[in-house]
Design a protein around this ligand. Structure first.
Ligand SMILES: [Zn+2]
Length: 304
C-alpha cells in the first residue's frame, strides 16, 4: 500500500518569526520528512486551492469572502490571532484543498497523511484560535453531499477541544465528532461533540493510550464509518508550549500507530492531519509532527 503525503510550498508563507503561531513548521516538517528518508520532494502530492463552493458547504459565504479579501472585523481578527496577508489567505484555502486531497487519497488507498490541516477551532462564520476555515467540517460535508461516504468519524486528539467542528457538524448525524482533549486547555467554554473525552491535566503516556484504545474499540464497531479523519495534534506533548498533557515522543508514536492500526485493521480508510503543536524550538516541533507520517509508514511495513 502506498503512503500518499500531501504538501504545498504555499503552506509556510512569510510570517513574523517571533509570532506565537509557528508558521514555518509546515516547511520544516517537509524538510524533516525528506531528510529522514521517508519521502522525496517529487513524491509529495500538491493540492489545488479549495473551490469557494466547497468551502461554502460548511461556511457562511460572506465570511469566506470577507476573509479572502482581508475584510474581517477587528473582533474576528482578535479571535483569530493571525495577521492577514494575501499569502496567508492563499495558504489557508490551499491547505483545505490539501485536506480534501488527503481524504480522496485515503479513500482510494486506505491511508494518506497531510503535512498540515486540523483547523478545528474555526466556526461557521468566524475564526478562532489560529483557525480560519475548518477543513474537518468542510471535508465531512463535501464527502457526504457527494455520496462518497455514508458516514465519517472525526477522531480529534489535539489537546484542545475541537469546538468548531463540534458546532459545525452538530446537525449532521452522519459526521460523528469525537474529541479527546485536556479539560483545562482552550477553549474555556466547550462545545458538545458527539463524544467528548475530557482528560485531566498532567496525564501521561500509559493512561492516555488506554483511553485511546478503549475509545476506538468502542466507537469504530459502533459507527462503522467509511472514513476516519484523524487529527494527530502534537500539543499533547510534555514539551508543548500550550498543552497541559504530558506525552513523550514514544507516547505520540504509540498513539498514532494505535489509531492507524485500529482503522486499517477494520478496513476503514483513515486520513491524518497534523493539528496543533507549539514550541519555540521549531526543529523539534517539526520532528514531533513527523511522528505521524513515520508511524503511518511503520504501520504499512516500510523499512525505517
Ligand atoms: Zn491544539
Amino acid at each position: 500500500m502506498p503512503l500518499p503525503l500531501i504538501y504545498h510550498d504555499d503552506y509556510s508563507p512569510p510570517f513574523p518569526a517571533d509570532h506565537r503561531f509557528p508558521m514555518d513548521k509546515f516547511r520544516l516538517l517537509r524538510d524533516h520528512l525528506v531528510d529522514s528518508g521517508l519521502t522525496c520532494d517529487q513524491a509529495l502530492l500538491r493540492p489545488e486551492l479549495c473551490p469557494v463552493d466547497i468551502l461554502a458547504l460548511a461556511h457562511d459565504r460572506s465570511y469566506i469572502e470577507r476573509y479572502i479579501h482581508g475584510e474581517l472585523s477587528r473582533e474576528d481578527q482578535r479571535r483569530l490571532g493571525l495577521p492577514w496577508s494575501e499569502a496567508l489567505a492563499r495558504r489557508t484555502v490551499r491547505a483545505v484543498g490539501g485536506s480534501l486531497l488527503t481524504a480522496e487519497q485515503a479513500l482510494q488507498h486506505g491511508i494518506a497523511c497531510h503535512l498540515a490541516g486540523g483547523t478545528h477551532h474555526a466556526h461557521y462564520d468566524y475564526p478562532a484560535g489560529f483557525c480560519i476555515f475548518n477543513d474537518l467540517a468542510v471535508i465531512s460535508h463535501y464527502l457526504l453531499a457527494a455520496g462518497r461516504v455514508q458516514r465519517v468519524l472525526i477522531f480529534d486528539c489535539d489537546v484542545h477541544q475541537g469546538d468548531g467542528t463540534a458546532r459545525m457538524l452538530h446537525d449532521t448525524p452522519d459526521a460523528i465528532t469525537v474529541s479527546l482533549h485536556c479539560q483545562q486547555n482552550f477553549p474555556a467554554r466547550k462545545a458538545d461533540s458527539d463524544w467528548d473525552i475530557a482528560l485531566p491535566r498532567g496525564m501521561g503516556d500509559s493512561d492516555y493510550l488506554q483511553v485511546v484504545d478503549e475509545a476506538l474499540n468502542y466507537l469504530l464497531p459502533l459507527y462503522q464509518p467509511d472514513l476516519v479523519l484523524y487529527d494527530a495534534g502534537v500539543d499533547v506533548h510534555r514539551d508543548d508550549a500550550l498543552g497541559y498533557l504530558q506525552l513523550s515522543d514514544a507516547g505520540l508514536a504509540a498513539r498514532d500507530e494505535a489509531v492507524l492500526r485500529h482503522c486499517l485493521g477494520r478496513d476503514i480508510p483513515v486520513m491524518g492531519v497534523i493539528g496543533g503543536g507549539y514550541s519555540k524550538d521549531r526543529q523539534a516541533l517539526a520532528k514531533r509532527h513527523g511522528i505521524l507520517h513515520h508511524s503511518a509508514a511503520r504501520v504499512l511495513g516500510y523499512p525505517q
